[in-house]
Ligand binder design. Structure first.
Ligand SMILES: C[S@@+](CC[C@H](N)C(=O)[O-])C[C@H]1O[C@@H](n2cnc3c(N)ncnc32)[C@H](O)[C@@H]1O
Length: 307
């Protein structure tokens, strides 16, 4: 199906308005390849007809089939977001941020739990809250849970006095994405051989997964630690409450500077004092905000909200 310059611009602007994704001038093929199957499936003979259908359904308020708050306002919009977003991920992706989480952030969170338990007056309660924003098929959130489980099991065995060891119950983990398709896969917690080979060692495969036919299913002890929700980061999301750690990796790269400023500003407001922000390897906050300290740990860099 041909995509004229005018049609490209219509869809580029529409996509930006619904999910903030910036599609470069030289990426016309992306819209053609990913939206053509949707246009054909909805009985349209060209992109202009499809565009009319999509925008008219937005105006008439046709609802998506997803339950809960309508982050994606209708079925066409939901299908376009599912098709156009890039969902590349893996367990322990890039390794170093997870090493920093285990060696540096988790011990500090342990101290935070102890302090809150001693004070018992924290508004948010003693639990430490983590958020994987733009979680795709869930590997990032599940990797964090595995590290927390391993840390708390070791902490329970070792004498860390005066530090009181944490347990899994001290943590709450939220994972969100805009794509309903990715969220459904993340919630199922089922992975194929290729996905399992990316980032997991044999010990973790044995400890946390069961093979069912061709799929590997994550154990309920890991699965049940994560709450999944659909959240569109270009809309207000402060209603999610406060967090001690936000992982938002390889998501901001798709947005323009105005959108990044708005999102990082909301992250700042939601993070607790000295809360942690972890971005992707190619992402940073330079030119966006100076309200975080940079913390270098090994080969990675993460951010800590200034006190
Ligand atoms: C490349 S994946 C990154 C997954 C994971 N964080 C990682 O680093 O491996 C980017 C994810 O961001 C999600 N995303 C894109 N635009 C979004 C938006 N406006 N709101 C929320 N999530 C969005 C996509 O659906 C996709 O799953």
């Amino acid at each position: 199906m041909e995509l004229s310059r005018h049609e490209f611009e219509l869809f580029r602007d529409y996509i930006y308005s619904i999910c903030g994704l910036v599609i470069a001038e030289n990426k016309q093929y992306l819209i053609r390849q990913r939206l053509e199957p949707l246009a054909l499936a909805s009985g349209c003979v060209n992109f202009s007809e499809y565009y009319r259908k999509v925008t008219e359904s937005s105006l008439s308020g046709e609802r998506s089939r997803t339950e809960g708050p309508p982050e994606t306002k209708n079925r066409f919009q939901e299908q376009i977001i599912n098709a156009i977003t890039t969902n590349e991920t893996s367990f322990f992706r890039d390794r170093h941020p997870f090493t920093a989480f285990k060696e540096c952030i988790l011990p500090m969170l342990n101290d935070r739990v102890c302090e809150r338990k001693q004070r018992q007056q924290s508004r948010k309660g003693p639990k430490v809250r983590l958020w994987s924003a733009g979680s795709s098929t869930g590997q990032e959130a599940y990797s964090l849970v595995m590290l927390i489980k391993e840390y708390s099991e070791n902490a329970g065995r070792e004498n860390l006095f005066p530090r009181i060891p944490v347990s899994m119950e001290d943590f709450v983990i939220l994972a969100t994405d805009i794509s309903t398709e990715m969220l459904a896969r993340a919630m199922a917690g089922e992975y194929n051989d290729t996905e399992m080979k990316r980032g997991l060692n044999p010990e973790r495969v044995n400890a946390y997964f069961k093979k069912q036919g061709k799929r590997w299913v994550i154990s309920s002890s890991i699965r049940s630690m994560v709450e999944f929700r659909q959240i569109n980061l270009i809309r207000p999301f402060a209603m999610l409450g406060g967090f001690d750690v936000i992982f938002c990796r390889n998501v901001l790269i798709y947005f323009d500077i105005e959108t990044k400023v708005r999102i990082i500003g909301q992250f700042y407001e939601m993070l607790s004092d000295k809360g942690f922000l972890v971005l992707g390897a190619t992402e940073n906050i330079y030119g966006i905000t100076d309200r975080f300290d940079s913390v270098h740990h090994g080969e990675t860099l993460f951010y800590q909200k200034k006190g």
